[in-house]
Design a protein around this ligand. Structure first.
Ligand SMILES: Nc1ncnc2c1ncn2[C@@H]1O[C@H](COP(=O)(O)OP(=O)(O)OP(=O)(O)O)[C@@H](O)[C@H]1O
Ligand SMILES: Nc1nc2c(c(=O)[nH]1)N=C(CO)CN2
Length: 177
């Protein structure tokens, strides 16, 4: 079809094709399995978001601003991979709304929470503004993100940082950041 004959398609969400999406989920308060399951269902229901795989949920020691804290309630963490047509800030609007619906209370930084949804990557976009940084700036340092991610995407690469398997191995051998 010549470019002139091409029909004009108005994409109400975003022009262009879908982009790869990686989200990380965490919960250390309440019925963690139920909350993470509810979050996954709500993410599946976001128009323009398509979920391809959800990792097993794994337990991890809570990391505070002061470091790992075995006295804090442990987290369940998981990673979801898929595709999205949403512009990243609209995606963040949707994930923040889900956090609010599921009872997230925002108190201290890295405090206990019923649900946390972090946007790890949207395609290979790199951006940093007042609301959103992509890729997520702390993903490469978090085994509770890299481990579940690797479980669903063995060849995964984190934009600007390299293969997830290598990043995780470095953390586990103590040679990471
Ligand atoms: N990639 C991202 N994913 C999610 N939120 C982000 C991202 N980049 C920036 N933010 C901003 O961070 C704000 C605080 O998010 P949140 O309270 O979930 O942080 P946190 O989970 O405590 O810490 P961390 O960002 O280290 O995971 C959000 O309101 C959002 O505007
Ligand atoms: N184990 C664990 N610790 C955390 C987590 C998390 O998801 N899992 N999220 C945090 C802020 O996003 C801070 N600390």
């Amino acid at each position: 079809m010549s470019p002139i004959a091409r029909p004009i398609v108005h994409d109400p969400i975003r022009r262009g094709g879908p982009e790869r999406l990686v989200l990380a989920l965490g919960s250390n308060l309440g019925d963690r399995h139920a909350v993470l399951g509810a979050a996954v269902e709500r993410i599946r229901a976001i128009p323009g978001v398509f979920v391809r795989a959800v990792s097993p949920f794994v337990e991890s020691v809570a990391v505070r601003t002061t470091g790992p804290d075995t006295d804090a309630p442990p987290y369940l963490n998981g990673v979801l991979v898929g595709h999205t047509y949403l512009e990243p800030h609209r995606l963040l609007d949707a994930t923040v709304a889900i956090e609010d619906e599921l009872g997230r209370v925002r108190t201290e930084r890295w405090g206990d929470r019923t649900i946390d949804i972090d946007v790890i990557e949207v395609g290979s976009r790199r951006l940093a503004d007042a609301r959103l940084t992509l890729p997520h700036p702390r993903a490469a340092e978090r085994s509770f993100v890299l481990g579940p991610w690797l479980a669903v995407e063995p060849d995964a690469r984190l934009t600007g940082a390299g293969p997830v398997a290598e990043l995780l191995a470095r953390l586990e051998t103590g040679t990471g950041a």
